[in-house]
Ligand binder design. Structure first.
Ligand SMILES: Nc1ncnc2c1ncn2[C@@H]1O[C@H](COP(=O)(O)OP(=O)(O)OP(=O)(O)O)[C@@H](O)[C@H]1O
Length: 278
């Protein structure tokens, strides 16, 4: 019989923890080889995210937000530590994770409904069920009338609504979003934030959302991971207790403004005048 190693014991211990948490990042680090040296982008990141959390990640440019998200997606890998999603170690991309990026990633040659149905057809779901799911999400994102349109006929906000519907339609365990509203004007951004909160509540999804926009993070999140750079690490986890049913008016409340101020102070605290960070 093979001898059990300390690493095996550690894996088993994390499997137990992973059962209580939807996502675990344990001592995650990421280094890149640059020339003959090593550049540490992220070091010792420990994060736990529970089922139905809306976790936002904020931090200065270069602190490793996108790298973390790519590692959660299985598109990149830690050089130290491990990531667990739903009790499984992340070793590759998978249908259990849906992604929405800032750049529009719809298939340009497909209509809105074909884009939403793409993953469902891959799974060989019965056509009747595919149509039911498509109708439901088209209604949720208020684009039923545009079901036969092509992405080039849609505005930026509409494209991102389709991208969100496509991600949700696959019923992933986790939705990973990398600045999905970063390219939108403020009015559209506000509308998208409201819609996303509504969908998240209705679907009880678990979302990890990277943003530069503190206002957006406070409005959306149940908890915010504030990161620090050089190397990237979690500086503080801020729980956002401003009520479940948030309307845009919440942004004018004292509690909201205080939270925004607190997170800004955490961020500016370390933003020295390092030109490389700008
Ligand atoms: N392939 C790579 N090779 C070398 N260094 C890399 C590579 N990818 C990322 N980095 C470095 O890792 C660090 C983290 O990058 P990342 O893009 O994750 O930061 P970020 O917080 O998402 O930044 P931003 O907010 O500007 O998008 C940066 O210093 C970046 O230069």
């Amino acid at each position: 019989m093979m001898q059990k190693t300390a690493a095996d014991d550690m894996e088993a211990a994390f499997a137990v923890n992973a059962a209580a948490n939807k996502i675990i990042l344990h001592n995650v680090g990421k280094s890149y080889k640059i020339g003959k040296g090593n550049f540490t982008a992220i070091a010792n990141v420990n994060i736990t995210i529970q089922d139905n959390d809306f976790a936002c990640i904020v931090g200065p440019s270069g602190c490793g937000k996108s790298t973390l998200l790519h590692m959660l997606a299985g598109l990149d890998f830690p050089t130290q530590g491990a990531i667990w999603i739903n009790n499984k170690k992340v070793t590759s991309p998978g249908a259990d994770r849906g992604m929405v990026f800032q750049t529009y990633t719809l298939f340009p040659w497909m209509t809105v409904e074909d884009n939403i149905q793409f993953g469902l057809k891959l799974k060989k779901m019965p056509i009747k069920q595919i149509e039911e799911i498509t109708d439901k999400y088209l209604e949720d994102i208020k684009l039923t009338k545009f079901r036969k349109s092509y992405p080039k006929e849609l505005s930026g906000g509409m494209k991102q609504r389709v991208a969100i519907a496509r991600a949700l339609a696959n019923q992933p365990e986790v939705i990973l979003m990398d600045e999905p509203f970063g390219a939108l004007d403020q009015y559209t951004k506000n509308r998208m934030q409201l819609l996303l909160r509504e969908l998240w509540q209705k679907e009880q999804s678990t979302i990890v959302f990277v943003t530069h926009d503190i206002d957006e993070a406070v409005f959306l999140a149940t908890k915010i991971f504030v990161m620090d750079a050089h190397p990237g690490k979690v500086k503080e986890v801020v729980n956002i207790g401003i009520g479940e049913n948030r309307t845009l008016e919440v942004k004018d409340t004292f509690e909201f403004i205080q939270l925004r101020k607190y997170i800004n102070e955490l961020l500016y605290d370390h933003q020295d005048d390092d030109e490389e960070n700008i």
